[in-house]
Design a protein around this ligand. Structure first.
Ligand code: 1WB
Ligand code: MN
Length: 345
């Protein structure tokens, strides 16, 4: 490929010491919460808790300039679209979450202002307090000039189809800003069989959690209320593009027999109208080709998932992917510029 192709990576995790310290606090004591068990390994340096301690993710999350930037330089990655890593502020009480989201957004805006060619950012918000969240969302876009929003799936076991969260959806739609629904470990009501064999996180549980979340939103009619709302999901669409025919068929059956509310559009139409997907953590050319052909080249964005995925293989993957020049521009930067309002170069 051309060495000059602009490369914007769109699911790049980052954190701040204040959120890390709060997570460390939060995960102390006996727990069966999948997220707490997972975070204990990452934030409490307790390798016995989840085995994650040995991965040193925290160093990568807290760093922007020391290692991340030089590695981006070496690999020709122009920009990371940064987002506060899972579970974000969503495990905290409403006040703590609201305050930490604002602090994270301030710090993220500082990074983006300092290096506008290299970093852009998705703002956090605290759905625990939807009206305050909507205000912070407005501040994040209009004052801080951030590029969209990150939501780490459920909040205390609840999903965005619940009308209590709709002030957040209304704000995002009105601001023309996309919400990236990123995984976190499954809620307590969903987690049972996901607790063994390392299935709780990226191997399987994350996709089940986010897939469930967005199918709830589509089947619940959320997009009749917010037709212009854009949702981004990672991991090649969390399997939904592959499964869409069946979800669509069975939802129309559920509607016909009174098991689901009537909606204006079909699930397949909502997925086309309201969603974009990224390639994060799925470096499989066949899956990427299928996804492009299925949902359209305008709806697929390249991502790494740093530091949870190493940078180089993700770059090698997109470099080697067999596609047209037009497709490559869309995947590597054009779609990211359009969806996340990043100035073209
Ligand atoms: C993993 C990935 C773990 C992510 C995480 O813990 C997050 C993993 C917070 O690869 O196991 C992520 O954000 O993609
Ligand atoms: Mn991720």
């Amino acid at each position: 490929m051309s060495a000059k192709m602009r490369l914007i990576a769109t699911e790049e995790a980052w954190s701040i010491p204040e959120v890390a310290a709060q997570l460390r606090e939060e995960v102390r004591g006996p727990t069966q919460s999948l997220d707490k068990l997972l975070c204990r390994g990452i934030y409490d340096a307790d390798p016995d808790a989840s085995g994650y301690g040995s991965m040193n993710f925290l160093d990568g999350l807290l760093d922007v300039e020391a290692k991340r930037l030089p590695e981006m330089d070496a690999l020709g990655v122009d920009m990371h679209l940064l987002s506060l890593t899972a579970p974000g502020v969503q495990m905290f009480d409403a006040d703590t979450a609201t305050n930490l989201a604002a602090l994270a957004n301030d710090k993220l805006a500082d990074i983006c202002r300092k290096r506008p060619a290299r970093f852009s950012g998705l703002a956090s918000f605290a759905p625990q307090s939807p009206r305050r969240a909507a205000k912070e969302m407005e501040r994040a876009i209009n004052s801080l000039k951030l590029n969209g929003f990150i939501l780490n799936s459920h909040t205390h076991g609840e999903y965005l189809d619940d009308p209590k969260y709709w002030p957040c959806l209304e704000a995002a739609e009105a601001l023309g800003a996309c919400i990236y629904i990123h995984p976190r470990a499954a809620s307590d009501t969903l987690k049972g069989p996901l607790m063994d064999y390392g299935m709780d996180s990226a191997m399987w549980g994350y996709g089940v959690e986010v897939g469930t979340h967005v199918v709830r939103m589509m089947a619940g009619g959320v997009f009749d209320r917010f037709p212009k709302l854009k949702i981004c999901i990672g991991h090649m669409g969390e399997a939904i593009p592959f499964w869409i025919w069946r979800i669509n068929f069975m939802n129309s059956r559920a509607q016909a027999i009174g098991r689901a509310p009537k909606t204006k559009l079909s699930i397949a139409e909502y997925f086309q109208q309201n969603f974009v997907v990224t390639t994060s953590g799925v470096e499989d050319p066949l899956a990427l080709r299928y996804t492009i052909d299925k949902i359209g080249i305008d709806n697929v964005l390249w991502a790494i998932d740093y530091p949870y995925q190493p940078m180089k293989p993700a770059v090698d993957f997109i470099d080697a992917f067999d596609c047209t020049d037009t497709e490559r521009h869309a995947l590597c930067h054009g779609n990211a510029e359009r969806i996340f309002h990043i100035a073209p170069r």
